[in-house]
Design a protein around this ligand. Sequence first.
Ligand SMILES: Cc1ncc(COP(=O)(O)O)c(C=O)c1O
Length: 167
Amino acid sequence: MEKVRYFDHSATTYVKYEVIKEMLPYFGISFGNPSSIYGIGRQNKRAIEKAREQVARVINADTKEIYFTGCGSESDNLAIKGIAYANKAKGNHIITSKIEHHAVIDTCKTLEKEGFRVTYLGVDREGKINLGELENSITDDTILISIMTANNEIGTIQPISEIRPNC
Ligand SMILES: Cc1ncc(COP(=O)(O)O)c(C=O)c1O
């Protein structure tokens, strides 16, 4: 077999064998709808709730804060619009960067049409945002700073712990 060198893990990557092993029953014998009342449905509901507890524990969150979505774009939409609409009374300003995924940029563009103000931070030649520029962009109206951890095209890792200490 030809040896493959893959340099695109920040865009998409393989699923770990342990994860595949855990998930296999749900693609096969345990296919029940978790919202249903019959046996395999209820069993799957319990599996989802167990997974929710495990994810919450790993990131030190409450289970009520964990939402499972179908893809990355849906997650971006849900998080950004959710925070924007929930905090509308506090302010209407969002900060992001010019090199976010389209799922983030397009959601911000939609929010701009609805009256939100968005600052798109520039990046240096390595794709890094400038922390000073970020700090200067924050106003009393800022309700969200949405900066990706690792860029999906060029792999730049942003200084997230400096933007949000203890993160
Ligand atoms: C930050 C971000 N959001 C969304 C996506 C798109 O994900 P999906 O194709 O699962 O919607 C990507 C893909 O690289 C991403 O990096």
